[in-house]
Design a protein around this ligand. Structure first.
Ligand code: SF4
Length: 456
């Protein structure tokens, strides 16, 4: 499995990894691979399937334009986005990769094919360049979840060179066997694998940067009131509830879990507002891992806010890689079990690893985390990553802590293995009707009456 920790955890922008981050990367990649742009007269982007059905609410159109302008999710300045997009609409042109200006009319050049899906994945898009001599260049890309992008006919394994790893694995059973043979923890083995590509100091710097962005995102969400964009008129709640935490006279046993929920909701409110977040492993599920990490760093005694956080992220990434490789982390492919369920499993595994649990306990925690999300559909109201997504992250974070606790109190033996539950998630997802897979055509998305909401 050729997947890196920093493939799974990426600094990006909200509100969606598959519908915002992936399309932005795909649009930019299309132009970078197209070569010289001097003779280009126009560009067209066509969105298909889930991207077309929920793309307005997920800001896919904005992401595509930004990608065509050469922006990346990691470096684009969220506060500058509205004015830059307004300028494109005002001037009727955009600068490809920031350098070559062409005429652009969203009504003509950005097409939403809601009735049609491309064959390899529900999140398909086609980009076409037209040259001055009338010739064209076209390519199809798929946003396959978590910000990962594949060109047509390009399998996941085709991306990047395959190096020989000291602890190769495509199942948790293999990783556990490596652990028994080497005496190493899952975090240590993941570190050894990463150090084939980068040295340990670079790895630590990258992990520390992720935690820094996650913490900043929680803080921003806990300090920001107001209304989320998109037309549903959803009020941000994390900041108000956080003030309530500090004003409360009574202390109840579950207050700790309330704080964890607020950390997660704060991140997902920032995500819904298009803020800076870490994809973990997706944007819709981005609140769970930061929330459980902050719980570990601040509430667990003893904890190690440096080494423990790094081990947390490394062990969590092992679980995320297994889920992506053997099932999916795309809500459009297998429903929310693949986003919130996987993030819960990753956080549970990370917490056990950081608290010094055995490899078997890490595996047990991850299995519990997924098992109790099996079958969860993706049905965001108004195609916005707000309801049920924001609260669902709070619930997922609390479940992750419960899963870790159950695993840590046991001896690691259990009935259902992580590999079995991942395969169950895969089969359940592929049996799920399409209307429950990020199309906003079923579930809460059609049973809740919305007022003053523009059709998407
Ligand atoms: S319901 Fe789950 S999978 Fe769907 S958009 Fe929300 S968080 Fe993502």
């Amino acid at each position: 499995m050729d997947m890196r920790v920093f493939d799974l955890f990426k600094v990006g922008i909200g509100p969606s990894s598959s519908h915002t981050v992936g399309p932005m990367l795909a649009a930019r990649r299309f132009l970078l691979e197209a070569g010289a742009l001097d003779e280009v007269a126009g560009v067209r982007a066509e969105l298909y399937g889930s991207l077309a059905l929920t793309g307005v609410g997920h800001a896919t159109d904005k992401a595509v334009l930004l990608g065509l302008m050469g922006e990346t999710p990691q470096h684009v300045a969220p506060l500058e986005v509205p004015e830059r997009l307004a300028a494109v609409a005002r001037q009727g042109q955009l600068a490809l990769l920031g350098t070559h200006k062409v005429g652009f009319d969203a009504g003509r050049d950005l097409l939403w094919n809601k009735q049609e899906s491309l064959p390899e994945h529900p999140n398909g898009m086609r980009f076409t360049l037209t040259y001055r001599d009338g010739s064209t260049r076209s390519r199809v890309f798929y946003s396959v979840g978590g910000g990962f992008v594949q060109a047509e006919g390009e399998g996941a394994e085709a991306q990047g060179g395959q190096l020989s790893l000291p602890y190769p694995f495509t199942t948790m059973a293999q990783l556990l066997a490596h652990g028994q043979a080497s005496g190493l923890s899952i975090a240590q083995m993941m570190r050894a694998n990463e150090c084939v590509y980068i040295d340990s100091a670079q790895l630590d710097a990258g992990l520390d940067r992720l935690w820094h962005v996650m913490r900043a995102c929680i803080e921003a969400g806990l300090q920001t009131d107001g209304q989320l964009p998109g037309g549903l008129n959803v009020k941000r709640r994390a900041a108000q509830l956080w003030r309530g935490v500090h004003e409360a006279q009574d202390i109840l046993p579950h207050d700790g879990m309330h704080r964890v929920s607020l950390y997660a909701m704060a991140v997902n409110e920032e995500n819904a507002a298009g803020g800076r977040i870490v994809t973990a492993p997706t944007n819709g599920a981005a609140g769970i891992i930061p929330a459980v990490l902050r719980y570990y760093a601040e509430d667990c005694k003893p904890s190690d806010p440096v080494a423990g956080v790094r081990d947390f992220l490394l062990a969590a990434s092992a679980v995320g890689m297994l889920c992506k490789h053997n099932a999916s982390i795309s809500g459009a492919e297998i429903g929310c079990q693949g986003e919130v369920g996987v993030a819960c499993a990753m956080a549970a595994a990370g917490l056990v690893a950081a608290l010094g649990g055995s490899n078997e306990q890490v595996e047990n925690a991850a299995e519990i985390g997924i098992e109790h999300h099996l079958g969860m559909t993706c049905d965001p109201i108004g195609a916005l990553v707000q309801i049920p997504c924001i609260e669902r992250n709070g619930m997922g974070a609390v479940k992750a802590i419960t899963a870790a606790s159950l695993a840590l109190k046991g001896d690691g033996t259990h009935f259902v293995s992580l590999d079995e539950v991942i395969e169950t998630m895969r089969q359940t997802g592929f049996d799920m009707q399409a209307k429950y897979k990020e199309t906003s055509l079923g579930g809460l998305a059609v049973h809740v009456v919305t007022v003053n909401f523009p059709a998407c």
